[in-house]
Design a protein around this ligand. Structure first.
Ligand code: SAM
Length: 279
């Protein structure tokens, strides 16, 4: 009977984020396949685990993958880790999972840190539905094409970015999407962690002045649904009525709905008064 491939998520900065189950899986596997064995060795030392390591990274993935699959088919179990976060998410692993699935090897995910999910959760930007985009291409043309394809995407979009490309990415996004809200999470789980919630134009201006440093995840608001002014107002008034039924004053309801929708507060106030037949 073949062994199991465990996909083990590891910390994206803070070693305290390793889960007891992840540590137990690393300790229990016959061997560990790692993106960079030196990085993983630090984690194993922290956990006091000694385990044979093999290297599995972008440029040896086919050859190394075959060897790993052969060992799995021979009955050994393997824990796959990358330098940080969840394997196979903008990281090596997808091919190994596919190879294992084709050969009937059981695959078990040991969930844990993932920069995309951590940033999305903190973004405040429509996390109910989202699109994970990972890294944009480094080629100017395919970046521009991809951003153009995404301009009508309604869901929030998550991008990974390296610090030295952040400025260009922000200005390319501004050109493709127009000014939208963006949440920029930097150095998640680390000492200098921060999440900035601003607009693409403000972000571009900020990072023109300030040198981008560290690791970044960008969550960009999707395209707002187009509505006629009348439909917008009708929705806003419905929401105001709901708030007023719950005890809000007209003034408070107008303020809350205005903040949530961007509709002018005074117009909402007056529309609500005139609809209720007031002065
Ligand atoms: N598989 C990983 C995961 O699940 O998060 C992602 C690996 S990808 C090669 C590395 C990218 O993830 C970085 O360039 C950055 O965009 C993002 N990232 C990783 N760690 C991060 C952190 N601590 N804070 C912010 N972004 C991070």
């Amino acid at each position: 009977m073949s062994g199991v491939l465990y996909l083990v998520a590891t910390p994206i900065g803070n070693l305290g984020d390793i889960s007891p189950r992840a540590a137990a899986t690393l300790a229990g596997a016959d061997f560990i396949a790692a993106e960079d064995t030196r990085v993983t060795l630090k984690l194993l030392n922290h956990l006091n685990i000694k385990k044979p390591l093999v290297s599995y990274y972008e440029h040896n993935r086919l050859e190394s993958g075959e060897k790993i699959v052969a060992r799995l088919l021979g009955g050994e179990s393997c824990a796959l880790v990358t330098d940080a976060g969840t394997p196979a998410v903008s990281d090596p692993g997808e091919d190994l999972v596919r190879q294992c699935a084709q050969r009937g090897v059981e695959i078990i995910s040991i969930p844990g840190p993932c920069a995309a999910v951590a940033a999305l959760a903190a973004s405040g930007l429509g996390s109910g539905r989202f699109a994970f985009e990972g890294f944009l291409s480094t080629s100017r043309r395919s970046r521009a094409e991809r951003l153009d394809e995404l301009k009508d995407e309604r869901r929030a979009m998550i991008f990974y970015e390296a610090p030295h490309k952040l400025r260009r990415t922000l200005s390319d996004m501004l050109a493709a999407f127009g000014d939208r809200r963006v949440s920029i999470s930097r150095e998640l789980t680390k000492l200098h962690e921060e999440t900035l919630r601003l607009t693409l134009s403000d972000a571009a201006a900020l990072f023109e002045e300030k040198e981008p440093r560290g690791e970044f995840v960008l969550v960009v608001e999707g395209r707002a649904p187009e509505k006629t002014g009348a439909a917008n107002l009708a929705d806003a008034l419905t929401e105001m009525k709901r708030l007023m039924a719950e005890g809000s004053s007209v003034k408070d309801a107008a303020r809350i709905v205005s903040e949530a929708t961007g509709a002018p507060k005074n117009a909402l106030y007056e529309a609500a008064i005139s609809e209720s037949g007031g002065a």
